[in-house]
Write a protein that binds this ligand. Structure first.
Ligand code: PYC
Length: 323
């Protein structure tokens, strides 16, 4: 029987599971190469750690690997119920809270290398953690698509460490009581994007090969007086983000900056579908007038330390997963 030790936490409601013992050895030099090896050879590990009966579909896992740069604290690969994520802000906040819980880091700045670039996290007082994310930008504005059961809608395609389609004119009620319907309609939006060949481009290479837009983000007025907006985010595996989604907020900030609706340094407070919040701001990206560097702040709390067991006799040793 093998075991894997994980620390579980949640960031503004969204769970993160950091593997601290029992991770597979990954081939490759860079974090991006190791992520590719993880995708190629360790689907069983991903499923067993994230899926039921040990986990559930909303969990984002984090593997800690050798960083690309010796000055970084760690490299990190995020994974979920369907594969790997390019980047994850709530997950980064969860990793920082976990490393602090383990006594591996203290207050201050810490660099983490992800497959799509280095991010810098600040561990502050009262569980507040801020992440300076990767360079974020809007790729396409006012893209029109016809969505099954919803009709024509308009949205922006933006990169915030993952690819997002951001929609304001959806006409839906962003209420926590409507989650089933919101997941269904957002899934239809994603299918409409695929049908119409609308996609992002790889932001890490000159060639910019196509990348799937796998996150859908809907906006509405906030219910909290201390927030600027409320969102609903559909994640790639069909689950919704309980937090306001940090890469989604980065994409939103890139669009607000491009529309001159948010100034360099100005705060944007994003409420999630469950009423938690992230605070975002940006500074201009060096040598890229079309892009910004967002910083996202939120809190994370440790919920448990778990030793996962994998018994060969267990008929569900590989997890119960749809994907
Ligand atoms: O906070 O970036 C984020 C995120 C991505 C998917 C779930 N959370």
């Amino acid at each position: 029987m093998e075991t894997v030790t994980v620390i579980d936490s949640h960031t503004e409601g969204e769970p993160t599971r950091v593997v601290i013992e029992g991770a597979p050895h990954l081939n490759g030099h860079s974090v991006a190469e190791k992520a590719a090896d993880f995708r190629k050879r360790h689907e069983d590990f991903r499923r067993a750690v994230i899926g039921e009966p040990r986990g559930h579909d909303a969990i984002v896992g984090a593997l800690l690997v050798e960083p690309d740069d010796a000055s970084s604290e760690t490299g990190v690969i995020f994974f979920n119920n369907v594969g790997t994520l390019h980047m994850c802000v709530h997950g980064t906040i969860g990793v920082i809270a976990t490393l602090a819980h383990l006594g591996r880091i203290t207050r201050g700045l810490h660099r983490l290398d992800t497959p799509v670039g280095t991010v810098t996290a600040h561990l502050g007082e009262n569980s507040l953690i801020s992440v300076e994310n990767v360079v974020s930008f809007r790729h396409q504005k006012d893209v029109e698509i016809d969505v099954e059961g919803l009709g024509p809608i308009t949205g922006d395609v933006a990169w915030g460490g993952n690819w997002f389609f951001l929609v304001e004119d959806h006409g839906l009620d962003l209420a926590a009581t409507e989650l089933g319907e919101l997941c269904r309609v957002a899934g239809e939006i994603r299918r409409a994007l695929e049908r119409n060949g609308i996609h992002g481009v790889d932001p890490t290479t000159e060639e910019g090969s196509f990348q799937v837009i796998d996150h859908i983000e809907l906006f509405d007025r906030p219910t909290r007086e201390d927030c600027d907006s409320r969102n609903f985010v559909l994640c790639p595996g069909g689950e919704y983000d309980r937090s306001p989604c940090g890469t989604g907020l980065s994409a939103k900030i890139a669009c607000l900056a491009a529309d001159r609706r948010l100034r360099n340094g100005q705060r944007w407070v994003q409420e999630s579908i469950i009423g938690s919040r992230f605070i975002g701001r940006y500074h201009d990206a060096k040598d890229r007038p079309d892009a910004v560097v967002p910083t996202i702040s939120g809190g994370a709390w440790i919920t448990g330390r778990n030793e996962l067991h994998f018994d060969e006799e267990d008929p569900f040793v590989e997890g119960i997963l749809r994907n």
